[in-house]
Design a binder for this molecule. Structure first.
Ligand code: LLP
Length: 418
């Protein structure tokens, strides 16, 4: 089971975020509270940098996984690029000091405004997902008198062997263009003067713990790249997407060295820069969610730990039946029992974990582990609950990187009828 890591570890039974006792963080900043470790973010990012060293590459952190400005700032300082999927994410990256020339823009539904803004800023590449998008981009670029750098997202039709909601590389998914249409679309794109065809990309799914799907997808993409080459269309980069899996329960995290060898081997002696868009692998293990037990309740044979975090704070268990480790922040002699750890939201899907053996009492603190990716970013205000605060621990310091939302702010933009 994924419990403690180098960055979230135990000292004499107490959970620490680097040099901070989690109980102190909860005391100082309240709960529910997302706690991030800067050093964890850095060391995961560095794994990609080390594994791809010696081959021209760009790591484009997938902003959607955790878009807090401080997280982006930490990665921008390492020289990271960014994979964005909206105009909102573009603004965040720029606000955090990200380099526009290292931004790739993915997503199936880019609006005119989003394309225009990204062209004005001068991003590194548009990962185009359909022919109509290609036409729209060409038209806007031409009107702005600029040339848009383009990559086509290919749907290689491979099974990523992951949860259906986070599998994206099958024919039935909405993402990318089909292998069989790709050459024709590339040919059209190559003839549009306001487009500069640079690359090919794919993203086959998320939380992949096996190299095989990457191998399959890359083999297909490389044969397509060779076909294009024979047609005189020379690409300069291959973007392999993200998806590298982490350990939530008993999964073996993807070995980034092995993954890099697989990509570099597939590229062979083709002159292609390697782009990669990891989100979860960098942000996931770098965060935990602290929550306090409000009540212990027993119905028939079932024990419930009713905590102050809910599905609005962490929706992964409700949405994907995702399993995340839940631990008592302080280990005590309280007799352990099996609990469903549930929130206060009025939905039966409002649980963080079921059948968890925990030694806890009312008032105790729990930590949901590996909550740094797709945690806060997917949170909502359901039940008029302000979103949690976020804190980043860096060296011996802890910084509030997002204030807890005040309830009044949640309806500040609403009005009564005249
Ligand atoms: N690139 C593209 C085009 C993507 O769509 C995604 C994720 C990534 C990169 C980053 O994938 P990662 O390295 O994080 O696996 N909310 C779900 C995950 C959705 C992922 C969507 N796309 C979850 O909580 O598991």
């Amino acid at each position: 089971m994924q419990s403690t890591t180098e960055h979230f570890h135990r000292r004499k039974g107490a959970l620490f975020a680097q040099s901070y006792a989690c109980s102190q963080l909860a005391e100082d900043f309240g709960t529910p509270l997302f706690v991030y470790s800067r050093e964890s973010l850095e060391s995961s990012w560095q794994q990609f940098a080390d594994a791809l060293e010696g081959h021209e590459h760009l790591i484009c952190y997938a902003v959607k996984a955790n878009s807090n400005l401080a997280v982006l700032d930490v990665l921008a300082r390492l020289g990271s690029g960014f994979d964005i999927v909206s105009g909102g994410e573009l603004k965040r990256v720029l606000a955090a000091g990200g380099d526009p020339d290292k931004i790739v823009f993915s997503g199936v539904g880019k609006t005119r405004q989003e394309l225009t803004e990204a062209l004005e800023v001068g991003i590194r590449c548009f990962n185009v997902e359909s022919e109509p998008e290609l036409d729209r981009l060409a038209e806007i670029a031409s009107a702005l008198n600029v040339v848009a750098p383009v990559s086509l997202r290919i749907n290689p039709d491979v099974d990523a062997q992951t949860h259906p909601y986070i599998s994206t590389g099958l024919k039935e998914n909405k993402f990318g263009v089909n292998m069989s249409d790709a050459v024709d679309i590339y040919k059209r794109a190559a003839q549009m003067p306001s487009l500069n065809v640079q690359g090919m990309d794919c993203h086959i799914g998320s939380q992949l713990t096996s190299i095989e799907p990457y191998k399959d997808a890359l083999a297909r993409l490389m044969s397509l790249i060779d076909q294009l080459d024979a047609e005189g269309i020379k690409l300069t980069h291959i973007d392999v997407g993200g998806g590298q899996g982490i350990c939530y329960e008993d999964e073996q995290p993807l070995d980034i060295k092995q993954w890099a060898v697989c990509v570099i081997d597939a590229v062979g002696d083709r002159k292609l820069e390697i782009l990669v868009e990891p989100g979860r692998f960098i942000a996931g293990p770098a965060g935990i969610l602290l929550t306090r037990v409000e009540y212990i309740k027993q119905n028939e044979d079932k024990h419930f730990a009713i905590v102050d975090a809910a599905m609005n704070d962490l929706i992964r268990p409700a949405l994907y039946s995702a399993w995340q480790a839940i631990e008592a922040v302080e280990l005590t002699d309280t007799p352990a029992k099996e609990y469903d750890v549930v929130g206060p939201v009025c939905e039966s899907a409002d649980f963080l974990g079921k059948n968890r053996v925990l030694a806890i009492e009312q008032g105790d603190l729990l930590a949901v582990m590996s909550a740094g990716a797709y945690g806060f970013v997917m949170s909502s205000n359901y039940n008029t609950r302000g979103r949690a605060a976020e804190v980043m621990v860096s060296g011996d310091d802890a910084y509030v990187v997002r204030e807890r939302e005040e309830v009044e702010s949640l309806f500040a933009g609403e009005s009564l009828l005249p």
